[in-house]
Design a protein around this ligand. Structure first.
Ligand code: EPZ
Length: 444
């Protein structure tokens, strides 16, 4: 990634999206892969840590930032708020000493749900925030009621009108107050929004039924590095003691466990031996356990490396997606691709999002045998998939189609690459380097 200053008008993300829209992936399947792949920084850490940098009135240097369209978009949201960002490769320098407005840009926030999480830091810093509602997306309605109710518990007044969440902290101090908050759902985003808001609040905040994802812990560690007082991140109860301000820091983002899981499945579905470097195996325990259920051997090589070995046969298994440390919903689509070629019947229950099985119909276009009923997918293994033109409907669906294309006999053409480029750092290039016959072509 070249050096660049990110500004509200920086058009790289538009260019990237438009390039993605004007190109397709062509995959000729049936090839095994080999070699090793370095896993990039976690998308879902990078986005929320960028929002977290708003809490600091000094310089923050963030390492291991992945090169993603969503990161570009988040940079443009922050830049529109007056934040100074400089990126050099995977290092991002952020200075939020001058937040020039509390009003986030409507057209950007509605395209990037994670940018809504910035309402916490903005409210904590300025005492006022106008944040567009992120709106729904392909996988569900994606409400933000838990974020709003938590901020209200901390003393904010919040009204929603014309699609914008208007929040302000009444009173002379305009400072949020610590509160005891119970989340009806262990929401990742709500936990992150409220944890960030609480770092600068007056007094103690306790978040019960908090999300336990590694990206929540990563955000907490980033805030602690800036001087925040947070305990219990990674457990269901997080306690935050508010402080007057946070100071500059330098921080390195954790590896992306979902990218790592995607490559483990790539090895499994192509019956290949692959080595993943710069991973945190402990973040992948439910994924590794499920691969072993299917008959795939995954070995922990060195402290930050995993090796997947070719399986003689793939066995059917059942999957239910759950909040961490349960099986991650973001790995549901990649595993569905794998299970289409497993012997026997598998049942997949998508318990986190209400509409995250749309990739099933596209996998059926490749010869899979999947029946969807409500939030359940019944996958009957088939001996072989056959290449065809398919359309990605969301980020992880795009990954599932790439994985299926790697195994399918013949040529698969995948449209909707802007979904893929939102959340995977050069997935096609990395697969090419592992020996896959995959190339990005003009859609014409
Ligand atoms: C985060 O989304 C991730 N995104 C998602 O990754 C991930 O799938 C999800 O967590 C679950 O792990 C980022 O971190 C940027 P939630 P988030 O709030 O925070 C409901 C990917 O592919 N809910 O934990 O939006 C919600 O509708 C993306 O990388 C409310 O009802 O997820 C969902 O059913 C996709 N009210 C459930 O909770 C709220 O106020 C879990 O959502 C908030 C959430």
């Amino acid at each position: 990634m070249e050096d660049k200053r990110i500004s509200p008008s920086s058009s790289l993300v538009d260019a990237k999206s438009s390039v993605a829209d004007s190109s397709v992936l062509q995959i000729r399947g049936g090839h095994s892969l080999q070699g090793h792949v370095r896993i990039s920084g976690a998308k879902n850490s990078a986005l929320v840590i960028m929002a977290g940098a708003l809490l600091c009135s000094g310089d923050c240097r963030i390492h291991n930032v992945p090169s993603l369209a969503d990161v570009e978009k988040m940079g443009r949201v922050l830049s529109a708020l007056g934040v100074n960002l400089q990126q050099s490769g995977s290092v991002l320098d952020v200075n939020a000493s001058q937040i020039t407005t509390s009003k986030a840009p409507y057209e950007l926030v509605t395209q990037l749900r994670a940018s809504f999480f910035a309402i916490g830091p903005i409210l904590a810093r300025l005492g006022v925030a106008q944040m567009p509602l992120p709106g729904g997306c392909a996988i569900g309605a994606r409400p933000v009621d838990l974020h709003v109710r938590g901020l209200q518990a901390m003393g904010a007044e919040v009204q929603v009108e014309h699609g914008i969440c208007n929040a302000y902290v009444p009173g002379h101090s305009r400072r949020l107050q610590g509160a005891k908050i119970y989340l009806d759902i262990a929401s990742v985003g709500a936990t992150e929004t409220l944890m960030m808001a609480a770092t600068l609040a007056e007094g103690e905040t306790i978040i019960e039924n908090a999300a336990r994802e590694p990206e929540v812990v990563d955000l907490a560690n980033f805030c602690i590095a800036m001087g925040a007082k947070i305990q219990g991140a990674g457990t269901s109860t997080i306690t935050i003691e508010g402080v007057p301000e946070l100071h500059s820091t330098e921080y390195t983002i954790i590896p992306d466990r979902i990218e790592a899981g995607t490559f483990l499945v790539a090895g499994a579905i192509t019956r290949s031996e692959l080595t993943l470097i710069e991973v945190v195996p402990d973040h992948l325990l439910p994924v590794i356990a499920k691969l072993r259920d299917i008959g795939v051997t995954v070995l922990e090589e060195a402290p930050h490396s995993l090796r997947v070995l070719p399986a003689d046969s793939l066995k059917a298994t059942d999957i239910e997606t759950l909040p961490y440390p349960g099986f991650p919903t973001d790995m549901q689509a990649p595993f569905m691709a794998l299970l289409t070629l497993s012997e026997g019947d598998s049942l997949i229950n998508e318990s986190v999002f209400e509409n995250r099985l749309r990739h099933a119909s596209e996998l059926n276009r490749l010869g899979a045998d999947i029946r969807v009923k409500g939030n359940a997918a019944f996958v009957r293994g088939v001996p072989m998939l056959s290449g065809a033109p398919v359309l990605a409907t969301d980020l992880r669906a795009a990954a599932a189609l790439v994985l299926a294309g790697l195994a399918a006999e013949g040529k698969t053409i995948i449209q909707g690459l802007h979904h893929l480029d939102r959340g995977y750092d050069q997935l096609d290039v990395k697969l090419q380097q592992l020996g896959a016959n995959i190339e990005r072509l003009p859609s014409s």
